[in-house]
Design a protein around this ligand. Sequence first.
Ligand SMILES: C[S@@+](CC[C@H](N)C(=O)[O-])C[C@H]1O[C@@H](n2cnc3c(N)ncnc32)[C@H](O)[C@@H]1O
Length: 219
Amino acid sequence: MNVKMVFYSYSLVLFTSCNPAGHCGQMPHRFISAEQWAERFDAPERDAWQKPDDIVEAMEMEPGMFVADVGAGTGYMLEHLSAAVGPQGQVLAIDIEPDMIAYMQKRIERSDLSNCAAQLGRADDPGLATGRFDRVLILNTWHHISDRTEFARKIRSGLSIDGRLIIVDFAPGAGGEGPPDRHRLSLETVRQELESAGFSVTVREESLPYHYIVQATVQ
Ligand SMILES: C[S@@+](CC[C@H](N)C(=O)[O-])C[C@H]1O[C@@H](n2cnc3c(N)ncnc32)[C@H](O)[C@@H]1O
């Protein structure tokens, strides 16, 4: 059974209609089988439009930094983040799906990413240690979160004084393999949510065809 079939079966119970990217009539929705989602998330052709190196550049990481990837999925960004922070740094990959955590733990072992770990989070709380993180990345996940302002407050408390939250998500009207426009969040919405949580927000100049990159700093 492929990822679409599994997702469609699941959605028969919970939702009314899904598009080919697995986005259904409402958010949030589940990402149950990591192995099957990996066919999409880790497809070799993804790099051409997701541009992980550009995301890394936008995050302006330095060796030794502590970084969290919230909603890390199958760990698409792990190798990139691991290399950016180096052996003295740490990468914590957080997801709410136990199968994604198990999948990433195997990936970390297989790829010998000794500065990475995977940790189960809650839908309403990523569980970041207070003041610990220099960078938090949220890639293709912000639109899945329910109370985003409250979630952003929790991320803010996990950031160091100079810490930054980087949200990369699908822009409305930009096309691509992501959610339909009705589930995409405008830059203005994201900005308001983050400012309400006490962040100062800038929109990065970038080269991704379907996404925006929003950078939020602790005020
Ligand atoms: C579309 S996938 C993106 C995965 C990965 N960032 C990527 O781009 O390949 C969204 C992921 O976020 C996770 N997720 C959804 N809501 C979450 C939350 N509140 N906290 C942490 N992870 C969440 C899902 O389980 C799923 O693995």
